[in-house]
Design a protein around this ligand. Structure first.
Ligand code: ATP
Ligand code: CA
Length: 727
């Protein structure tokens, strides 16, 4: 029998035997060889691969379904609503313009370039009337064209696509486009502990037998040693491969299992495979995050007696016990007083941020050789307790701090013991050491589950750490937070995080150690498994949101200004200074450049000092409206002055005047684009009123200063004026 090798799933071929665990996804069809407690979401087993790739049932099915790629992000949906609203405004204005111009024309209130009346009732030529009517309709259409911000969808797509690409470089793979922007408004991050905040590289560092701590050289009575050996060897999903003598044995399994087996093999010198060979497993109850324990019912080949072994969350195993072993093999009664002492031992181990796992055993004498497939849960004998160290990832504390600084609350939801969770939370800076368990900052899953909905809503904001949580508790937490109006991001790696990841507004999974189910349920995969990358994603999210806001401000200024100018000019003089072709040109060139410039802007540190946007803040903030209207007003004033007084001021004819207007308009947009790039940055800091005033002044001065370059440039380029005319 060969050993177990870890493959990339791309390398699986027909004929391989694959070991299956909860949450695994294998891109192959196969035959089930053997396994235990195989249910859809539970158990483990082995499978012989019979087909791979496109010839699997899954592959065939997927090839018949094409993925729906044009999903709409919430922001895009909001933008579409905005665009259609603007469209309606434009249409209304266009109809007003149409009616007014028609009335003006047919009542003989319009004059041609030579100052002649255009309409003399029945004496006018039909072709002239047609020409004029077509002209009026064209003007109305222009108004509609002007109103609709064509560049918006382009800008949003460019921004999202570009940041998606950049995020990939920052070790975040975006699976769902909308996740980038949603992350920008996140107010809470719920993170699991093991594998996200910690490395998930466990190692047994403490071992207690009875109430006694066992050092590596302490002698253990052989009966207990053998029971422990059975408990470790049979009650596990891990494997040991020591086919090569003298080489460090290769151990597979979940990090917890690996740690326990490697402790048993390396520290206690146990022979796992031999024990497996001489025992028969009758029934297995596999580990899952809800029960937090695993058990086997087994029999030694030579014996009649059946043994039950449990291993799992220490305080839960302790609750099942009524006796305990001491080091010399003696069995003692576990009364209430003793239980309290054991609980204290567990707590002190957990307070050192160790994960505590206990072993318990019971010998069941076989009745009429008919073994029941049920594992006993009471009257167990407590065998021992191990403490597993799982170091924190470097940089987590800083990352948590940056989140807090950005106004994003970080909560830890873990399956681990309350004291372990608390110790790690303090180490990561999620919890203040002063925040005591009594004030509700740390709760247990059961507690949370049993609150009434009102109680839960009242307490949830105060909760920083939830320990001993089941997958359902994680989900419940996310649901409650969402109900409270938070935008919730969830990070996780395990199958137990999958429901919460799916429910969250943004689910982030770990790419290296995360299970397939977790990745499948998430929107973003963190490729380097590092919590620090979550902060990078947050930063990118905010950047995307900010850039889109900037672009909307820029784009709407163009539209409002053009709309007002054309409307006023059309209604008052019957002529439209900015034509449809010119405006489309502006849209095309300026929007593309603008979108590129704004979309490719890098996230700044400043982004991470603002409070989060949340769910309720409007897309166009009051500040944006103010900037937008101020800019538009300025442009409208300048351009209307040119429209009505331009000919007199510059001493030019109608055509050149229109070109002047167009050029000024374009230049205004160019400068405004810089405004959007630079000013919004400053103006968006709306927290302090003092600053606002200063910035208002800044904006005013900038706007005033712009008159000069605009005037100069227009005067200096008469040639380009002519050229533009021909467009
Ligand atoms: N293989 C195992 N056998 C028995 N008990 C285990 C095993 N692995 C973990 N446990 C117990 O279950 C608890 C962990 O439960 P769970 O799987 O819900 O959390 P996790 O995913 O490891 O942690 P987190 O939620 O922080 O990521 C541990 O505290 C430990 O006591
Ligand atoms: Ca986990």
């Amino acid at each position: 029998m060969g050993g177990t090798i870890i493959y990339l799933f791309f390398d699986v071929v027909v004929g391989d035997v694959v070991s299956l665990n909860i949450g695994d996804q294998i891109p192959a069809d196969g035959l089930f060889l053997h396994g235990y407690s195989m249910k859809v979401t539970d158990g483990f087993g082995f499978m012989l691969v019979t087909s791979v790739g496109m010839s699997t049932a899954w592959g065939e099915m997927m090839s018949s379904i094409s993925r729906d790629l044009d999903e709409q992000t919430p922001l895009q949906a909001r933008l579409n609503k905005l665009t259609s609203y603007i469209g309606k405004v434009g249409l209304t204005v266009a109809i007003v313009v149409l009616v007014v111009m028609m009335i003006r024309y047919f009542t003989g209130n319009t004059r041609d370039d030579n100052g002649q009346k255009e309409y003399f009732g029945s004496k006018t030529k039909v072709s002239d009337v047609l020409d004029s009517v077509v002209g009026i309709i064209a003007a109305a259409v222009t108004i509609v064209v002007v109103a609709i911000p064509e560049g918006l969808p382009l800008a949003v797509t460019i921004t999202l696509a570009y940041s998606m690409k950049r995020m990939m470089k920052d070790n975040a793979m975006v699976r769902k486009l909308s996740a980038c922007e949603t992350m920008g408004s996140a107010t809470i991050i719920c993170t699991d502990k093991t594998g996200t905040l910690t490395l998930n590289q466990m190692k047994v560092t403490e071992f207690c037998l009875g109430k006694e701590t066992i050092e590596s050289n302490t002698e253990i009575e052989s009966e207990i040693y053998h029971l422990l050996q059975e408990g470790v060897a049979l009650n596990t999903t891990g494997t040991v491969n020591n086919s090569h003598a003298n080489v460090v044995p290769e151990i597979t399994g979940s990090p917890t299992e690996k740690a326990i087996i490697s402790w048993a093999v390396m520290d206690l010198g146990m022979n796992i495979n031999e024990t497996k060979g001489i025992c028969e497993i009758i029934h297995v109850e596999t580990f899952n995050s809800e029960k937090k324990r695993s058990g086997v019912l087994m029999r030694k080949n030579s014996e009649k007696a059946i043994h039950t072994h449990w291993k799992g969350a220490a305080e839960m195993i302790l609750a099942m016990c009524s006796n305990y072993y001491v080091r010399n093999g003696e069995v003692r009664d576990l009364n209430e007083e003793e239980k309290v002492q054991f609980e204290a031992i567990i707590q002190s181990m957990a307070a050192k941020s160790l994960r505590c796992i206990a072993f318990a055993h019971k010998k069941v004498v076989e009745e009429n050789s008919q073994a029941s497939a049920k594992l006993e849960e009471n009257g167990m004998t407590f065998m021992g307790l191990v403490g597993l160290k799982d170091p924190c990832r470097v940089g987590v504390k800083t990352a948590v701090e940056s989140c807090k600084h950005a106004g994003v609350n970080v909560k830890m939801i873990t399956g681990d013991n309350m004291h372990t969770a608390r110790a790690i939370a303090i180490e990561c800076g999620i919890l203040n050491p002063e925040q005591d368990m009594k004030n509700g900052a740390v709760v247990e899953g059961v507690q949370f589950r049993n609150y009434s909905p009102e109680e839960r809503m009242a307490k949830i904001d105060n909760i920083q750490v939830m320990a001993r949580s089941s997958p359902f508790d994680k989900l419940l937490m996310v649901q409650c937070l969402k109900e409270k109006g938070h935008v919730v991001a969830v990070t996780g790696d395990g199958t137990n995080d999958a429901p919460a990841l799916k429910e969250a507004d943004i689910g982030l999974s770990m790419g290296i150690q995360g299970t397939e189910v977790a990745k499948e349920s998430s929107d973003i995969v963190i490729l380097d498994d590092n919590f620090t990358s979550v902060v990078t994603v947050l930063r990118w999210g905010r950047c995307v949101y900010n850039n889109i806001q900037k672009f909307i401000q820029f784009q709407l200024t163009v539209n409002v200004a053009a709309l007002v100018i054309n409307f006023v000019a059309a209604v008052s003089s019957g002529k439209i200074p900015l034509t449809a072709v010119q405006l489309l040109w502006v849209n095309l060139i300026m929007d593309t450049l603008g979108a590129l410039a704004l979309a490719t802007e890098q996230p700044t540190n400043d982004l991470m000092t603002r409070p989060p946007v949340g769910r309720s803040e409007p897309l166009i903030t009051k500040i944006m409206w103010r900037n937008l209207l101020a800019q538009a007003l300025y442009q409208v004033t300048i351009l209307l002055t040119l429209q009505f007084k331009g000919k007199a001021i510059f001493g030019v004819d109608e055509e050149v005047k229109n070109t002047l207007i167009f050029n000024t308009f374009v230049l205004c947009q160019v400068f405004n684009e810089f405004n959007a790039l630079l000013m919004v940055e400053l103006l968006n800091k709306f927290a302090s009123t003092e600053r606002l005033n200063w910035q208002q002044w800044g904006a005013c001065i900038a706007i005033a200063v712009l008159t000069w370059p605009i005037g100069c440039l227009v005067k200096c380029i008469p040639v380009s004026c002519k050229r533009t005319q021909s467009h």
